[in-house]
Design a protein around this ligand. Structure first.
Ligand code: IVH
Length: 691
């Protein structure tokens, strides 16, 4: 390809991919399928490799992280990066309000306009844009001197590398944006699981994980973690056309930043306090950690009038929620045997309530960590609960522990369940029971197999599994599929009646046709979690072809490294596992095809070729992204906005403005039933007539 064409194509791909990122990460409304996106990304990478000087400064390929640094540059600011003062009670909040009223010279009954936001619990950073282009990203440091972490921040999808132009929200030449880098709870859990698997120290909470990722010299590390950035303040004086903080938040959105969605304008301190309380209630349901709310005077002229004291503005205040930490005592330190035989020390605690949840046990991760923290029976410990994370022992509080303290805990020399020897593989921190048929391992395996991330067999939880094991009705996951023939034995079991047995059998039957990725995940292959299972199910047609793949086939997959690949081949070449797979098959386990793509093409061909759909609202039976993939597999195009050219709008519950627009333009609208018929091969015309 010649330079000129390459240049044009690079520009075009860059623009398309950046827009795709924006739709995916900021708006949560994807424009392309993963496959389409990957294809464009690879093409751009190829072109940039051939013509490196033509690569655009803010190329989305940079999201994978540039060269490692020797050390971070220190950056001195002209204006210090402020922090917030805290209050923890309504009374203290009222005192803040009174200071504001007084500072503004208004009367005691005057209502102040406030904005209330969540206080994100991550790492505060500052981004500098020069004529809309990101030129610098720094940590707070001590406020005046921060560290230049631009390369790491650039790897975050929700950090705009170039700002969107918006007509009404004129971009200032120089813009300094402050916000928080966070790691969502789910990603935090996955990351820790991976770290434990690799014998690394887990992070104590999502905040440490986010901060640790940004303070890495090698940007590839930050790039590999799904960090997010939320904008909430401006570093310099706001542009003159902006009157209020709420205008700023709206401008942030228009320029392409993600703004945490639970902010609210509140007239008067009473309304503001009500919203703070509401945020406190919402705390547990958010996918990321918040540690409080932030209340800000909305009007910039009033902010200016109030000014600041030392390092904190007088127009804003953090309302801290109770830390999800508590002090309690260790009753006992038990050993738990996992499905891979891993022996994990677990602290049994004096029950204590943390953030509305009763906590009576905490994981101690492994014996090295236990040794490092030196936790002993009887100790007073600080326990922390982060999001839906299993509680963690932060540290021993020696001053509050009994004296003398209990004996130091030694790692077990034998498995506490089957008394087999334990081993530690070289380079690993985790002790394992060597007995492959250790009953504790089988139990954990069965529970995992039937669990939510596996075959999702409703009703088959720990309690039932224990009963079935005790009764000798099952010994491994494949035995689950023999239960249908043991109905009589089941019905007479304590706590099970005819109906519940019928329900369980039905749930077991249903699980037989779960998609392939579920089955792969259910098998509990080391290093293969839910996400990798999806990747593998996507690449391999069925379990047999995955089982016969060799290391080379596996490492050819982008997300699979040598360690994972050898874990997979080791699993499938193990005779016990082969026997298990054989028995699962005999028991009727036959995964359904996840994407109807192959199916669709065989049966119906591209029956939706040339048709354009728009999706709106929530579908019950599948996610919008799945619906999009399925429609595309049948040849359709799925667009993000309705026009006269749209053939039909698929509306789920709570449809958005797209439905109104469809009605206005006379575009046919079909419901979820209609969509299902479509995916089953019905013609669009038929469905429109019926709906
Ligand atoms: S505003 C001049 N808003 O909490 C005001 N900060 O000290 C600057 N934080 O360092 C901060 N969520 O890292 C603001 N919605 C929010 C916030 C927020 C979290 C962090 C920020 C700051 C710390 C408090």
């Amino acid at each position: 390809m010649d330079r000129e064409r390459a240049g044009k194509e690079i520009l075009e791909l860059t623009r398309t991919l950046l827009d795709a990122d924006y739709h995916y990460y900021v708006l949560d409304d994807p424009l392309y399928s993963d496959a389409e996106y990957d294809k464009m990304m690879r093409k751009l990478q190829d072109l940039e490799k051939k013509f490196p000087d033509l690569a655009v400064l803010d190329s989305p390929t940079r999201n994978v992280g540039g060269k490692p640094l020797e050390r971070f540059k220190k950056i001195k600011r002209n204006q210090p990066m402020l922090s917030l003062s805290n209050v923890t009670s309504k009374n203290e909040l009222m005192e803040f309000h009174e200071r504001v009223v007084k500072g503004l010279g208004s009367g005691p009954g005057d209502e102040i306009d406030y904005v209330v936001e969540v206080k994100l619990d991550g790492l505060g950073v500052e981004l500098t844009y020069d004529r809309g282009v990101l030129v610098l990203g720094t940590t707070r440091g001590d406020g005046l001197v921060g560290e230049d972490v631009t390369e790491n921040l650039k790897t975050i999808r929700t950090v705009p590398k170039a700002l969107k132009k918006s007509n009404e929200k004129t971009l200032p030449d120089k813009l300094v944006v402050r916000g928080e880098v966070i790691l969502p709870n789910r990603a935090f859990l996955d990351l820790n699981e991976k770290r434990l698997d690799q014998g690394l120290q887990p992070f104590a909470n999502p905040r440490n994980a986010a901060a640790g990722s940004i303070r890495q010299l090698d940007p590839k590390i930050a790039a590999a973690r799904p960090l997010a950035f939320f904008a909430y303040a401006i570093g310099k004086a706001p542009p003159s056309w902006m009157a209020r903080h709420c205008d700023l938040l709206q401008a942030f959105s228009a320029w392409g930043f993600k703004v945490e969605e639970h902010w609210k304008r509140c007239k008067g301190i009473i309304k503001a306090f009500e919203w703070i309380e509401r945020l406190r209630e919402l705390r547990d349901s958010l996918p990321y950690e918040i540690d409080g709310a932030v209340i800000k005077v909305d009007r910039f002229d009033q902010q200016k009038l109030l000014g600041r004291i030392s390092k904190s503005p007088k127009w804003a205040m953090a309302f801290k929620f109770a830390a999800r930490q508590a002090v309690t005592f260790v009753r006992e330190i038990k050993v738990q045997v996992g499905r891979t035989g891993a022996l994990t020390p677990v602290a049994i605690l004096e029950p204590v309530e943390i953030g509305g949840v009763k906590v009576s046990r905490a994981t101690l991760h492994n014996y090295e960590e236990l040794d490092r923290k030196d936790i002993r029976v009887g100790d007073a410990v600080l326990v922390e609960r982060a999001g839906d994370v299993i509680p963690d022992v932060v540290k021993v509080i020696v001053e509050r522990s009994p004296s003398p303290r209990g004996a130091k805990v030694k790692p077990p020399e034998k498995c506490p369940v089957c008394y087999s020897p334990v081993e530690k593989q070289t380079g690993e921190t985790i002790l394992r029971c060597v007995n492959r048929s250790c009953p504790a391992q089988s139990r954990a395996q069965i529970i995992h197999f039937a669990g939510k991330t596996g075959m999702d067999i409703e009703g088959m939880g720990e309690k039932l599994v224990d009963k079935l094991l005790d009764a000798g009705l099952i010994h491994d996951p494949a035995d689950i599929y023999t239960l249908k023939g043991k109905r009589n034995a089941l019905v007479v079991m304590e706590g099970l009646g005819k109906t519940s047995v019928a329900n369980i059998i039905e749930a077991i039957e249903k699980s037989k046709s779960r998609p392939l990725d579920r089955l792969i995940s259910a098998l509990g292959i080391r290093h293969v979690g839910e996400h990798l299972s999806k990747v593998l199910a996507d690449k391999f047609e069925n379990l047999d072809s995955l089982a016969s793949a060799d290391i080379e086939d596996l490492v050819a997959i982008q997300e699979v490294g040598t360690e994972v690949a050898s874990s997979i081949t080791a699993f499938f070449s193990d005779p016990d596992n082969q026997a298990l797979l054989h028995r699962l098959k005999e028991g009727g386990v036959n995964p359904a095809r996840e994407h109807p793509s192959a199916l669709g093409n065989e049966l119906f061909g591209d029956i939706l070729q040339g048709k354009t759909f728009v999706l709106t609202g929530t579908l019950d039976s599948m996610s919008r992204l799945d619906a999009k993939k399925k429609l595309e597999a049948l040849g359709a195009r799925v667009a993000s906005s309705v026009s006269k050219k749209t053939d039909a709008v698929v509306a789920g519950s709570k449809p958005g403005s797209k439905l109104e627009k469809a009605r206005k333009l006379g575009v046919p609208v079909i419901g979820e039933k209609g969509l299902e018929s479509l995916l089953n091969g019905a013609a669009l015309e038929e469905i429109i007539e019926k709906d």
